[in-house]
Design a protein around this ligand. Structure first.
Ligand SMILES: NC(=O)c1ccc[n+]([C@@H]2O[C@H](COP(=O)([O-])OP(=O)(O)OC[C@H]3O[C@@H](n4cnc5c(N)ncnc54)[C@H](O)[C@@H]3O)[C@@H](O)[C@H]2O)c1
Length: 304
């Protein structure tokens, strides 16, 4: 009996090894020959924080590709501008004003969108705020708001829009994290905590659906980790070597976001090189990459 169990275990480990190796080669192949971008034409794409910055630019790109855009923002003027810009380019867009931190308002919004536009098939949790100062100078209100907008709102929107994606086994969840969700940065303690949380949320939700006996393989996930993008959110960026780590425009960043979503990538950094630098650095004891971080001497200075 013991011999039989030993052989069975050895066979299972062999099968696991073969599966892992084949998958690794498949991923390597896809690194050099990326999968074709999927069509988003006809998809109903809800973008929070669509009234400015990367949300606006991403909305415009998806609209150009035939997506029906649901622009959601707390700022009606900025949101209207985005809708006008999309319509000027013959795209389809709808405007909804909503504070995404208000769970009741999010649920009411979901009902309204369902009636007026249809079922949302792609959700881009993009809205974010970033108080930038040392932790001891951050007020209770700033800390709570940072968590409300940057992470809790993601959960409220998911609870409102994921069920219909699950019913159809079709959808895409996109979440804006940040390089501050991968590396801790000064002046951004609560912000980093929320952006690390976005990574945890997305990985855990992906596992929850993957391990469900029902088939949810038609729901895709993409997490975005941008470094510094010139939207006005980062008021005092400090970059020692601009040729190595340049500040990107929202247009450049949104090109990468849309490309990653269309290729169903699970996660990307912007710029992409930071993904490999970070992964390699994590292999070393913590004290080693800190030298590299100090050498690069980049980040954000505090602002009021
Ligand atoms: N700009 C960067 O350098 C950078 C870097 C990494 C990650 N990010 C993340 O990318 C996302 C977009 O950043 P951005 O720079 O384009 O931001 P932005 O400030 O240009 O735009 C954010 C939009 O979100 C909206 N918003 C804020 N609170 C809201 C709320 N409670 N309800 C609804 N809408 C709300 C604002 O009105 C605004 O239109 C954020 O999550 C941010 O944390 C930005």
């Amino acid at each position: 009996m013991k011999v039989y169990q030993g052989v069975a275990l050895a066979l299972e480990i062999l099968v696991l090894y073969i599966k892992m190796t084949l998958t690794w080669f498949h991923c390597l192949y896809q690194f050099f020959v990326p999968q074709e971008p999927k069509s988003v034409s006809g998809e109903i794409i809800l973008i929070t924080g669509a009234g400015h910055g990367m949300g606006r630019e991403t909305a415009m790109r998806f609209a150009r590709l035939g997506g029906i855009i649901v622009c959601v923002d707390i700022n009606p003027a900025g949101n209207q501008e985005t809708v006008d810009m999309i319509k000027e380019n013959k795209g389809k867009a709808h405007r909804y004003e909503c504070d995404v931190t208000d769970r009741d308002a999010v649920n009411a919004l979901a009902e309204k969108i369902r009636r007026e536009v249809g079922e949302v098939t792609m959700l881009v949790n993009n809205a974010g705020i970033m108080p930038c100062k040392p932790l001891l100078q951050q007020s209770v209100k700033e800390i709570r708001s940072t968590f409300d907008v940057n992470i809790l709102a993601h959960l409220w929107l998911l609870q409102a829009f994921l069920p219909s994606m699950m019913e159809r086994n079709h959808g895409h969840i996109v979440a804006m994290s940040s390089m501050a969700g991968v590396v801790g940065l000064r002046n951004l303690v609560p912000y980093c905590a929320t952006k690390f949380a976005v990574k945890g949320l997305m990985e855990a939700l992906h596992e929850e659906l993957r391990e469900d006996p029902r088939d949810f393989s038609g729901i895709k996930f993409t997490v975005i980790y941008p470094y510094i993008v010139d939207t006005g959110l980062c008021k005092n960026p400090k970059i020692k070597f601009p040729s190595l780590m340049k500040i990107l425009t929202p247009q450049e960043a949104s090109d990468s976001i849309v490309d990653a979503v269309r290729r169903n990538y699970f996660e990307i950094t912007i710029p992409s090189s930071l993904y490999y630098i970070n992964t390699i650095c994590r292999l070393f004891p913590r004290a080693v990459p800190i030298y590299l971080k100090d050498f690069l001497d980049s980040g954000l200075e505090a602002h009021t």
